[in-house]
Write a protein that binds this ligand. Structure first.
Ligand code: 1GP
Length: 248
């Protein structure tokens, strides 16, 4: 059933915030995978995102396991066409609007288009913007593109609005996994003020205070990954924080 995007829109309409836990199939294995799944069973986030800018393992087996073991919706967050899996509930069809590398604006999409269309997976066109997070990111290196400077809010706004006008259904402001500092609240506010579509923010969010800051600035969904790799039990705190905010 293709209902993930509608779910996101309905929540935005009611100002209910969403949380996605990002799992990298290369990192999330063995005992870390077991404790992550245990945490996800008792504290269910809205989504589990699977993918990464550079992964060697297949996404298929992790997605299948997550669908068997947890109640969360699993969404593909692919770094390239090879990470496509028909097992996910939806696919973020990411186009790297902050960059000028045609390969990540349209090239990988052409490589994967026919397989995606045949699969009938829910496809959510997403304008993906890399923002400087204070250190070089894998996205920057792999995509051979430059991030938008941390304080250039108006560039992020114009880029996001262009993506919306070109038909993207979501905007994702990405500081890069493990960023030194997340996307600023000023940038989130500026971008959100000019958009009609939902806004996702991720990269470098390590505390529930930073999670709240992103939500309060206007993020409809926040993606958190890296911090859970060192401590999966923190998933409970983040899910709880988001649920409490939605009850206020
Ligand atoms: C990275 O936005 C996501 O693509 C999440 O970032 O891993 O730093 O939480 P972290």
């Amino acid at each position: 059933m293709k209902n993930i995007y509608n779910h996101i829109l309905e929540n935005k309409k009611e100002n209910r915030k969403l949380l996605a836990v990002l799992l990298d199939p290369d990192q999330c294995r063995g005992s870390l995978l077991a404790s992550t799944i245990a945490a996800l069973k008792s504290n269910v986030p809205d989504f589990i995102f699977v993918g990464g800018s550079h992964i060697l393992s297949s996404t298929d087996s992790l997605i299948e396991l997550l669908k068997e073991e947890t109640k969360a919706r699993v969404v593909l967050f692919p770094g390239n066409a090879s990470q496509f899996s028909t097992h996910a509930d939806a696919l973020l069809y990411l186009s790297l609007f902050s960059g000028r590398n045609a390969e990540f604006l349209i090239g990988q999409h052409i490589t994967s288009a026919i397989a995606i269309k045949k699969s009938e997976i829910e496809v959510i066109p997403t304008g993906y913007l890399l923002i400087d997070g204070g250190k070089p990111s894998s996205v920057e290196y792999i995509s051979n593109s430059r991030p938008i400077p941390h304080d250039k809010n108006e560039i992020a706004l114009s880029t996001s609005v262009a993506a919306e006008l070109l038909g993207m259904k979501l905007i994702y402001l990405e500081a890069g996994s493990g960023a030194n500092h997340p996307v600023s609240s000023e940038m989130i506010e500026t971008v959100n003020s000019g958009l009609s579509i939902p806004l996702i923010v991720g990269g470098g969010i390590k505390t529930v205070e930073q999670l709240k800051t992103a939500y309060n600035a206007g993020a409809d969904m926040v993606v958190v990954g890296n911090v859970f790799e060192s401590n999966p039990s923190l998933i409970a705190d983040f899910v709880q924080c988001k649920n409490e905010l939605n009850q206020e």
